[in-house]
Design a protein around this ligand. Structure first.
Ligand code: FES
Length: 144
């Protein structure tokens, strides 16, 4: 069996939603301390709906494929639904990732959560703090 699914290869070769949103409502950036890969997510949110999402990822192929798939999964969705996105859902939507590459999909989940947290913070919206990992201790180096 090939190491990477057709979907991973497709999203790696033709990533969806690459770029920057200049007037983003929420920006999240996370890095993996071990591999040094960095992922940045930009969200445009209107009436609690994610109307646009873009990403920049400096990292491995799995990280690029995960960012691409993750942005597709949350586009057009309510903020509350995007918050439920797990790395498992991203990996499943890609028809799986090799075990040693699962952490790349974790980066996508964390980058989106970080961007949503930024949106909440900028707009003084109350939120359940347990939804977000303890930034000081998670070790992923996100800058929120
Ligand atoms: Fe770093 Fe994939 S190896 S995110």
């Amino acid at each position: 069996m090939a190491l990477y699914s057709d979907k991973v290869m497709d999203h790696f070769r033709n990533p969806r939603n690459v770029g920057v949103i200049e007037d983003a409502d929420g920006i999240g950036e996370v890095g993996n301390a071990k591999c040094g890969d960095i992922m940045k997510i930009y969200l445009k949110i209107d009436n609690d709906i994610i109307t646009d999402v873009k990403f920049e990822t400096f990292g491995c192929g799995s990280a690029i494929a995960s960012s691409s798939m993750a942005t597709e999964l949350i586009k057009g969705k309510p903020v509350a639904e995007a918050l439920q996105l797990t790395n498992k859902a991203v990996a499943e939507a890609l028809d799986g990732l090799p075990a040693h590459k699962l952490h790349c999909s974790v980066l996508a989940e964390e980058a989106i959560k970080s961007a949503l947290k930024d949106y909440y913070d900028k707009n003084n919206i109350e939120y359940d703090h347990t939804l977000f990992p303890d930034c000081a201790s998670c070790g992923h180096g996100c800058d929120v």
